[in-house]
Design a protein around this ligand. Structure first.
Ligand code: NAD
Length: 310
């Protein structure tokens, strides 16, 4: 299958008038789909949760009952799913996009998944004329809501150019970082920095608390100097007050750290810092905190310093 002139025309020079099939309307996907609607793209929405589709339909999307239906009249399909198996399911599963590709023959997965699986899907889809981009994001639910995500894209350059107008509706920093899988590799590097950064903040707060300094003041001082970070800014307040509500769940970070470790082991790259923080995330999950927000790593330090409320 190749993209015929009619399909190219539908896309328009800057992608306007093009229809987007959106699969996965969770914490991130919902906001990203809403931003595509706001930018004027018709969105055909699908999720395994019916209530998530209902919600998007009230905001102007049309309903799909399957990934194939979301793809049928779409110039591009964008997926935002939890992990590798869910993305493989919408590609290889019954009625999947391998056999029911989008009209525009372009699939962009923005989830964080295995780079090995990405390369396999890229090759299998290419064999039937469908372009596949891996385009994971950083910036969290706030970045998704404000359309300020950082989007790191792997795959063929031509496909990237076709997808770029859609990325612009969802993000602020959009970078083509290389061939298939490169987007995921960059995202995994991002995640190990995030995890170790959260751990460093936990250690500073644990020491500050034990020493009797005011933690809010400690955070403000650090934000004004060379220890400032996105994590300290955005997650620090929740850590200090013990708010465990989820933006990015402990379970999702553990999934990402597993992917980091798999890639590091396959390339014989030792990552001792990542290994340590992964164990702490495992400990957090063992204490029933898998669905809590990432900042709940501080609860591990509560337990280690005998400060846990339960
Ligand atoms: P989420 O669990 O909130 O949303 C996932 C959505 O996918 C849910 O609505 C779920 O019902 C749906 N779903 C699951 N299986 C499906 C299937 N087979 N077909 C259709 N829909 C299906 O997750 P999220 O926080 O939105 O994260 C999505 C992806 O983005 C993950 O890979 C995550 O690692 C990554 N990510 C998340 C954040 C964050 O802060 N939450 C930030 C950056 C990247």
């Amino acid at each position: 299958m190749t993209l015929d002139q009619g399909q190219k025309d539908t896309m328009g020079r800057n992608g306007q008038n093009a229809t987007v099939g959106f699969v996965g309307l969770g914490t991130m996907g919902r906001e990203m789909a809403l931003n595509l609607l706001k930018a004027g793209y018709p969105v055909c929405a699908y999720d395994v949760r019916k209530e998530a589709i209902d919600d998007l339909v009230t905001q102007g999307a049309t309903r799909a009952e399957s990934p194939a239906e979301a793809a049928r009249d779409s110039d591009i399909v964008i997926s935002m799913l939890p992990d590798t198996p869910q993305v493989e399911e919408i590609v290889y599963g019954e009625g999947g996009l391998l056999t029911s590709p989008p009209r525009g023959l372009l699939l962009v997965d923005m989830s964080t998944i295995s780079p090995v699986a990405v390369r396999r899907m890229h090759a299998d889809l290419k064999a039937v004329g469908v372009e596949f981009l891996d385009a994971p994001v950083s910036g969290g639910p706030v970045g998704a809501k404000n359309a300020t995500l950082s989007i790191m894209v792997g795959g063929d350059r031509d496909a990237f150019m076709r997808a770029e107008p859609f990325f612009q509706a969802m993000g602020a920093t959009i970078t083509h970082v290389g061939e298939a899988g490169a987007g995921q590799t960059v995202k995994l590097c991002n995640q190990l920095v995030c995890a170790i950064n959260i751990q460093a903040i936990c250690e500073a707060l644990a020491l500050g608390r034990a020493s009797g300094v005011d933690l809010e003041q400690l955070r403000n001082v650090l934000l004004g100097g060379s220890a400032a970070s996105w994590m300290l800014d955005k997650l620090g307040p929740a850590m200090i007050v013990g708010d465990t509500s989820a933006g990015f769940r402990i379970d999702l970070m553990l999934k990402d750290l597993r992917l980091v470790q798999e890639q590091a082991l396959s390339l014989s790259v030792p990552l001792p810092g990542t290994a340590l923080v992964t164990s702490q995330y495992v400990e957090a999950r063992a204490h029933g905190e898998g669905t809590n927000g990432n900042q709940s790593l501080f609860r591990v330090y509560d337990r280690m310093t005998n400060q846990a409320a339960n």
